[in-house]
Write a protein that binds this ligand. Structure first.
Ligand SMILES: Cc1cc2nc3c(=O)[nH]c(=O)nc-3n(C[C@H](O)[C@H](O)[C@H](O)COP(=O)(O)OP(=O)(O)OC[C@H]3O[C@@H](n4cnc5c(N)ncnc54)[C@H](O)[C@@H]3O)c2cc1C
Length: 435
């Protein structure tokens, strides 16, 4: 990998997401050689992927070069590499560009879509976890409308304009809201010769309320916002299969839809060598102690989505969200410095700063530890928080300008089919593009 030998201990971080970047920033100026490996050369701001899928933002505005984030950190090295295996007995990592030795290893590889073994949904449905996947979805949505214009068959036309979004968490809710706004404000103008009123946006949730991780009030309000926008919210229904046209459920309800978006589950990214029962728990997450050490390994740590730290307050680990990853990255940074100085490490304590979701223009729900509010103010808070956490001044400015423009013009101008997405080679394409 062409990384010089150093008298400092080498800390290898796998993954430049929220956790990995927070950690690298903590360590980059300390007496350590920090090597960050990521299969992408950019940090992906996942909370805004749905805006890329619906043409509200260009992909470049939610991605940021990892090298740029850590410019000026003297002992920092980045390598564009896909980590393939961890050999804990020899303290080496195997990647597609070679092997590297570590003194301390931190796994911050995040999570991926969990289709729960359903082949039909995995191959015919759309995931939205990476930027290429969001671009695929954007293309498919737009291609479907172009195709709907061309057919005389009413059933086929309806299926092309029907969307089924599975999963009523923030991702599903935000995507459904954005699609509904597209249907209302953009499609009638773009496709005056198509009856876009027939387009249906269906949000399917297996439980009895959407946004189950938020307060009841937030769930109720989000549901009423979605209904105002014309989204069909289906609760207590489980999607069981999809053949590319027909969506089956565990009830008599069935949908004919050319687009199914699966936002109903994630699982930790698995890495060979750390994938045996002794290390893993629910959702394939790596079991860690209060110092982020992977069970039984003193020099291997895990943070963020990939890690499960079971505490009294969080018996199934912390939520798979940006804040736990960032806070864990910072805490581990301090702890590694303490460890290198021969001091004892400090246990991690998660500070819950709340959660939020937006449904659309002037419509959001916010649960803070002490206050819960919904509506216009919540929407401004949602925007401010997302701008604040975006990495890089340029991205903040670009996103802000886009939002102001979209707000004033009721528009989303990135509705472009730059890289066509053909359904028939969906599997190959998605696999190719997602890595
Ligand atoms: C659509 C969507 C919306 C979301 N909205 C919100 C939200 O509103 N609020 C919120 O708090 N959270 C949200 N989340 C969740 C949040 O994005 C994650 O919890 C967070 O990104 C986890 O951070 P992380 O550092 O653990 O992993 P990630 O940020 O996912 O980073 C993992 C990194 O590891 C790299 N990687 C993976 N495998 C390998 C490998 N084998 N070799 C090399 N590199 C590898 C990846 O390329 C990636 O850069 C959302 C997620 C999605 C998908």
């Amino acid at each position: 990998m062409n990384i010089p030998q150093s008298s400092y201990p080498r800390i290898v971080i796998v993954g430049g997401g929220f956790g990995g970047i927070a950690l690298a920033k903590k360590l980059g100026k300390k007496e350590a050689q920090v090597v960050l490996l990521d299969k992408h050369n950019y940090h992906n701001f996942q909370p805004l992927l749905y805006q890329v899928s619906t043409g509200g933002l260009e992909p470049d505005s939610i991605a940021y070069p990892i090298r740029k984030v850590l410019q000026g950190y003297p002992n920092f090295y980045f390598r564009l590499a896909q980590v393939q295996e961890v050999k804990t007995d020899t303290k080496r990592i195997k990647t597609n560009i070679g092997e590297i030795f570590y003194d301390y290893l931190v796994i911050a590889a995040g999570s991926e879509t969990n289709f729960f073994g359903n082949k039909g949904i995995a191959t015919k449905g759309m995931a939205m976890k990476t930027i290429p996947q969001s671009l695929n979805l954007r293309s498919l949505i737009l291609e479907n409308f172009e195709q709907a214009l061309l057919t005389d068959d009413l059933h086929e036309r309806d299926a092309l304009m029907n969307f089924v979004i599975v999963g009523g968490g923030p991702t599903g809710v935000e995507l459904a809201g954005a699609l509904a706004e597209m249907k209302k404000g953009i499609l009638p103008k773009d496709y005056p010769d198509l009856d876009t009123r027939r387009a249906q946006i269906n949000l399917v949730q297996s439980g009895d309320r959407i946004l189950p991780a938020m307060s009841e009030k937030a769930s109720e309000k989000a549901e009423s916002f979605l209904e105002e926008l014309g989204v069909n919210v289906w609760k207590n229904i489980r999607v069981t299969d999809y053949d590319g046209k027909k969506v089956s459920t565990n009830t008599n309800t069935m949908f004919q839809a050319e687009t199914l978006v699966w936002a109903a589950g994630v699982k930790a990214v698995e890495i060979k060598g750390l994938d045996s029962e002794e290390f893993l728990c629910r959702g394939k997450r790596l079991r860690v102690n209060e110092f982020h050490q992977v069970a039984g390994l003193e020099d291997v740590f895990a943070i963020g989505d990939v890690a499960q730290m079971e505490t009294e307050e969080f018996p199934h680990g912390h939520p798979m969200m940006a804040q736990p990853a960032i806070q864990q990255g910072k805490n581990l940074g301090d702890n590694l410095v303490r460890l290198m100085e021969g001091k004892s490490m400090k246990p991690f304590v998660y500070k819950d700063k709340g959660s939020m979701a937006t449904v659309g223009r002037n419509k959001a729900v916010v649960d803070l530890p002490k206050f819960k509010f919904q509506g216009v103010f919540a929407w401004f808070v949602w925007m401010f928080v997302h701008l604040y956490f975006l990495i890089g001044f340029r991205d903040r400015v670009v996103v802000f300008i886009n939002w102001v423009y979209n707000y004033i013009r009721f528009d989303r101008e990135a509705r472009l089919i730059i890289r066509p997405f053909k359904k028939q080679n969906r599997v190959e394409r998605d696999t190719l593009m997602q890595d």
